[in-house]
Write a protein that binds this ligand. Structure first.
Ligand SMILES: *[C@@H]1O[C@H](CO)[C@@H](O)[C@H](O)[C@H]1NC(C)=O
Length: 271
């Protein structure tokens, strides 16, 4: 029995999920260890810092084609105006595919904005933005990107906030890496760039932990893993509620930007 258990565990991990043992095994810092990124707690925690205009970033050692990618983030507390903390998927090449979570900082006491976007062959312009229903600087919260051949879903603590159904163009042909970055985007981050970073309030630090990749490959039984399934009715209701209450920008309804009508994917069911 004991040996049966030992056999079963690795198979499950292989098919369903690869929880990170140590973040050292999964990620490399860009520019090496001195550039503002640090591993803490024996590789259980990554700290990215930004000071005097110098940001930091890490990316996965591996490349992935589809899957559900989750990480817990604790964002910069207090003053974070002009800063952008990110968790995203990105392909190589010049005209990139990207699936982005970007967290736009703010003045102390003012709310963070979650900015989401999808790039295909270097073309983005599919922004949707949200406020959160909690303070993302007080504790770790889980942000997940689900990328399948048929759709993309963004989750916050398991709650779906955005669905992008396959339409042409769609990122499906190229492997991507996972990235985490902290940088300053003064010209657009906070209140459309009207509030700039006050470097005397730095260094700014954001934390990442509990990286999880769940494969979307079908198990031998043929069923999609639970993590990769499409939303059920309850999930859809929850997403509708969040979007009604917390969405603050949707490119699909930005008439000024698309005078001849929004892009084709906006005509799908859930936009
Ligand atoms: C920052 O706070 C202001 C005022 O509450 C708000 O309008 C804005 O959406 C917040 N976020 C950003 C990124 O500007």
């Amino acid at each position: 029995m004991a040996s049966g258990l030992r056999m079963a565990a690795p198979l499950l991990l292989l098919w369903l999920a690869a929880a990170s043992g140590s973040l050292y095994d999964d990620f490399d810092f860009v520019g090496g260890g001195d550039a503002g990124g640090r591993m803490l707690d024996n590789g259980q925690l990554i700290a990215l810092s930004l000071s005097n205009g110098r940001g930091s970033s890490f990316h996965s050692k591996k490349e992935y084609l589809f899957g559900r990618f989750s990480m817990q983030l604790k964002l910069i507390p207090g003053y974070s105006a002009g800063t952008v903390t990110t968790f995203y998927l990105q392909s190589g090449g010049t005209a990139r595919d990207e699936i982005d979570f970007e967290f736009l900082g703010n003045l102390s006491g003012e709310p963070y904005v979650v900015h989401t976007n999808i790039y295909v062959m270097g073309e983005g312009e599919r922004e949707q933005q949200f406020y959160l229903w909690f303070d993302p600087t007080k504790a770790f919260h889980t942000y997940s990107l689900l990328w399948t051949p048929r759709h993309i879903l963004f989750f916050v603590d398991g709650t779906p906030i955005r669905e992008f159904e396959r339409a042409a163009p769609f990122p499906a042909g190229r492997v991507m890496r996972i990235w985490g970055t902290l940088w300053a985007a003064q010209e657009w981050a906070t209140r459309g760039g009207r509030v700039h970073t006050d470097w005397s309030k730095g260094p700014f630090t954001a934390y990442y932990r509990n990286f999880l990749v769940e494969s979307c490959r079908r198990s031998p039984g043929g069923a999609a893993t639970a993590a990769c399934r499409e939303l059920d009715a309850a999930g859809r209701r929850r997403m509708t509620w969040v979007r009604r209450k917390y969405m603050i920008y949707n490119y699909c309804t930005d008439v000024g930007r698309f005078p001849r009508g929004p892009p084709p994917e906006c005509h799908r069911r859930h936009h």
